[in-house]
Design a protein around this ligand. Structure first.
Ligand SMILES: C[S@@+](CC[C@H](N)C(=O)[O-])C[C@H]1O[C@@H](n2cnc3c(N)ncnc32)[C@H](O)[C@@H]1O
Length: 214
């Protein structure tokens, strides 16, 4: 066979298309993506979105923290997997992005009890959140901070809770600060005995880990 599918990269791209198209996104998510493009923010890939909904559903997540609200693509997927009475606490340093996300969440029928949007730097806000008080933490801000976000997430999660960090394969091999941070967080997740990690080749890479019961 010749053509793009016979080439290893062509085959891989085809696989990514299949994964991202596995569950179709609706008009609300399309609106969130259009808003992201307008403000220059990069939302999670559809395959990552479906994984977030899957993870939140699997553990009937009620209390979820997100760092990097953006315009609400990942938040919508999370809300769709969480229990109906659950609350998404989402942190972003950019108020314009968060305003867009709030409009998207509201248009999707999420009332104020489902949302706690906090404007601020993730590493300033997380220390104010309760130890062991959360079922799931999703990190999608600056990859340089991933190692510190993983530390904070382990503190925030209940036993059986899940942390997921986005973009963990994008530049992992690079000889720069981001590459160093991504290799460090992968090692940290592998070596922390409190965690059962998995590295999923979705989007730019999704590193997820369950916090084990002691
Ligand atoms: C890749 S976008 C998030 C996309 C979003 N998760 C989605 O799928 O729609 C990254 C976001 O993180 C925010 N951000 C970057 N550094 C941050 C920090 N230190 N603390 C909080 N938010 C941060 C940016 O303002 C941006 O909105």
């Amino acid at each position: 066979m010749t053509g793009p599918d016979s080439h290893p990269i062509g085959g891989w791209l085809k696989l990514c298309e299949e994964v991202d198209g596995f569950v179709a996104e609706d008009d609300v998510l399309a609106d969130a993506r259009a808003r992201a493009a307008a403000v220059g923010c990069r939302p999670v890939a559809p395959g990552v979105g479906t994984a977030l909904r899957f993870l939140a559903s699997a553990i009937s997540a009620r209390a979820v923290v997100e760092i990097g609200t953006g315009t609400g693509v990942s938040g919508l997927w999370l809300l769709r997997g969480m229990s109906a009475d659950g609350t998404l606490t989402s942190i972003d340093v950019d108020p314009e992005n968060q305003r867009a996300a709030r409009a998207v969440f509201t248009a999707a029928g999420n009332g104020p009890s489902r949302l706690r949007l906090i404007n601020g730097m993730g590493l300033d806000v997380l220390p104010r959140l309760t130890d062991g008080g959360y079922d799931l933490v999703f990190v999608d801000a600056a990859p340089l901070d991933h190692p510190r976000y993983l530390d904070e997430s382990v503190r925030l999660l209940r036993a059986g809770g899940i942390v997921a960090l986005n973009g963990t394969l994008d530049g992992m091999a690079a000889d720069d600060h981001t590459g160093l941070a991504l290799r460090e967080v992968a090692k940290q997740a592998r070596e922390d005995e409190r965690l059962a990690p998995v590295l999923l080749p979705l989007g730019d890479g999704l590193l997820a880990a369950v916090k084990r019961a002691r």
